[in-house]
Every structure is written in C-alpha cells, then in structure tokens.
Ligand binder design. Structure first.
Ligand code: ZN
Ligand code: ZN
Length: 372
C-alpha cells in the first residue's frame, strides 16, 4: 500500500479546504493514511508533515507498520500528546473529524490549547478511501474469495433442526480456518419467519423443515472487509415462494447492470427497486440497495433512494453525497431484499467493483436458488 501517495493526496485536499493542520482520530483513517493498525493513536498533520502519536503498547508495531509519519510514543493519551504538540507548534486553526471526535475529546483539546480554533470537517479521508487502488482491490478480491469458499463449505451442513447459531459458528470457524483475521460483523443467519428480519442475528432457533434461510456474513483480510448474502430454501418451495426469490434475483441483476462510472448511486438503487415494484414487492424492500466497502464494512457511497445530502455534508468540506457519482475503483455491494412479515424474506448480496466500462462482480458464488 502506497501510504506516502495517500498522504500527498490528503495534504492537497487540506490545502483546498484552507487547512494547514489536521487531527485524524478515526482509526480506519489513521490506518489508511499511514499504515498503523493499532487500536489507539492520532495522526496529526501540519504543513504536509505527518506525526503519529500512540502509546507504549504500540512502539514496535508503529515503527514496523507506519510509513511517511514521524512516530511519537506518549505516556498520556494519544490525543493529549497530539494537542500538546500542536500547542508547541503555535497552530492557530486545525481541522478535525467531526463524526469521530467526542464532545469530551474536543473539550480536552481546547483545555490544552485554548487559543486554537477547531474546524469541523466531514468525510475528507473517507472521500479518498471511496476509490480503491490496485493493492486494495487485490486485498478485497482475496477477502471476497475466502468468504465464498466458506459459503460452499457450509451448504452441506444446512439441515432442518440445526440451530441458526450453529450455522453461524460453522461459517465463522470455516472463515478463520481459511485465514480470516476476523468477521466484518456478527454473522446473520435468519431462518423461516425470522428471515423476514433484514438484520436477523443468528438465534438459537432450529432451521425449519420448510422455509428460507438468509446468511449474511463477511471476513476481514489484510484489514479489508468482505460482505455477501445468500438465501437458500430448505424443503420444496411453492411457486409463490420461488417467484419472490426470482424477483429479488432479477432486482439484484438490474442493480448490477446499472453500475457504471458516472452513474448516480440513487440510479442504481432505483434500477433494483423498479423490478420489485413491477413484481408488487417494493413495499417489502425496506433498506437501501447497497453501500461502499473497504477498511470498514459500511463506507460511502451509500446506494440510497433519496440521498439526504445535508446529513453527509459538513459546511467545511463542500462535498455532498449527491455529487459522488460512481467512479472506477469503487467497491460497493448490491443487496436488494424482500421481507414479508410473518412469512419470510430473501436477500442476495454481491460485492461489485466499478470499472472503466461498467462493473465486475467480485463475488463468485452462484445465485440460482439452492434447495436443500
Ligand atoms: Zn451483508
Ligand atoms: Zn452489505
């Protein structure tokens, strides 16, 4: 990963924002900009110079991992160390990540540097992170392929009577055996009527003799997340049940077909949603069509129906979600779903890379209905 190139791009961005100093406190952003993977640290920047503040637990690791940043090991909290450093440098104005600094942390910085003016920003590093470079794409391909392998491994274990939590445990065990550093989020396994819960965390319920099972999971590999959902059916599905699955699959394929550079995220959402409207199922599609993935499981851009630009924009950054059209190098999910209360649900989710001419589906797993 070329951290120095990222720091250069970030410094250019700060210049555009008329900020000569900045505090990066969100660990995913710290990692992105300098390579440090520890759980505590602050990356401060002043006039293109980067300094990583962390504590004694990470003195070796910070030196091994970080590139392009001076490392300062502090005996106090990393943010306190950074604030003292800023105070010594006589910085008058500094940008910070409004979404990632608590009220208490801001108060602490103000106490240490009373004359400092703190300027809230939003989504600066996240904006850079949206477009993945070659190294990141390679890492994400490896994560996606690992999770897909685990899915194929779990299919023979799906039987009526087995608990959802044991299926989730088996998925996670297979992923770890295949080399995953961890899961990107708690594995979702929701069966029968519970499959109508879009975010059904695996319960102790037994898989029914007849019904859908939604499995949504992802792994972390080299720090990068994967995310996939497959829905299988235990027992013979009726024609009506199969029609619901087919509609979701058609919606998912329509969403994928709409992914190309220059497309607005809401256009992709509406391509998927229209298919479900025609099938009379749109009212059961209760979430957005997808999201960006990378160092975090949910990243911009969000593929929503009506983007609320205000929510995402800080006055200082001047960026809005509306203006974020899809660009080559973005990695997003396409995951429409239908959830019929009291009956069940279906979701199909792939990870997709935006390419120069359209897109490439990264998830290799088959999508025709698996009947067990
Ligand atoms: Zn998912
Ligand atoms: Zn997802």
């Amino acid at each position: 990963m070329d951290h120095r190139a990222r720091q250069k791009r970030f410094a250019e961005l700060l210049e555009k924002e008329k900020l000569t100093s900045f505090l990066v406190t969100h660990m995913a952003n710290v990692r992105y900009l300098c390579g440090f993977t520890g759980s505590a640290g602050v990356l401060a920047s002043k006039d293109g110079e980067f300094v990583l503040f962390t504590d004694g637990r990470y003195s070796q690791q910070a030196r091994q991992e970080s590139a392009g940043a001076k490392i300062v090991i502090v005996k106090v909290a990393a943010l306190t160390g950074a604030a003292e450093w800023i105070g010594q440098r006589r910085v008058s104005r500094i940008g910070f990540e409004a979404e990632h600094m608590s009220f208490a942390a801001i108060g602490g910085v103000k106490r240490l540097a009373p004359s400092l003016r703190l300027k809230p920003t939003s989504g600066l590093t996240e904006g850079l992170r949206m477009v993945k470079d070659g190294d990141e794409i390679q890492q994400m391909r490896a994560a996606v392929n690992l999770a897909s392998k685990a899915f194929e491994g779990i299919v023979p274990d799906i039987k009526p009577g087995v608990s959802e939590s044991s299926i989730a445990a088996e998925i996670e065990y297979l992923c770890r055996r295949l080399g995953a550093e961890g899961m990107s989020f708690d594995t979702l396994v929701a069966s029968g009527k519970r499959s109508a819960l879009p975010h059904g965390v695996a319960s102790s319920n037994a898989l029914p003799g007849n019904g859908f099972i939604i499995m949504d999971f992802g792994v972390i590999l080299g720090g990068y997340c994967s995310d996939m959902t497959r829905t299988v059916h235990v027992g013979r599905p009726s024609a009506a049940v199969r029609a619901v699955y087919d509609a979701v699959l058609r919606a998912q394929l329509a969403g994928i077909a709409a992914v190309r550079p220059g497309a607005k995220p809401e256009e992709v959402d509406s391509a998927a949603r229209k298919v479900l409207e025609r099938a009379g199922l749109a009212r059961y599609f209760t979430h957005s069509t997808g999201h960006g993935v990378g160092l975090e499981i949910h990243e911009p851009p969000g593929l929503r129906r009506a983007p609320k630009a205000k929510k995402y924009t800080a006055k200082s950054s001047g960026r809005t979600l509306k203006r974020d059209t899809l660009k080559p190098g973005m990695v997003i999910t396409i995951e429409p779903g239908v959830y019929i209360p009291g009956k069940g649900g279906v979701r199909i989710e792939d990870m997709v890379l935006v390419t120069g001419g359209g897109c490439e589906v990264l998830t290799p797993t088959r999508k025709e209905l698996i009947v067990i």
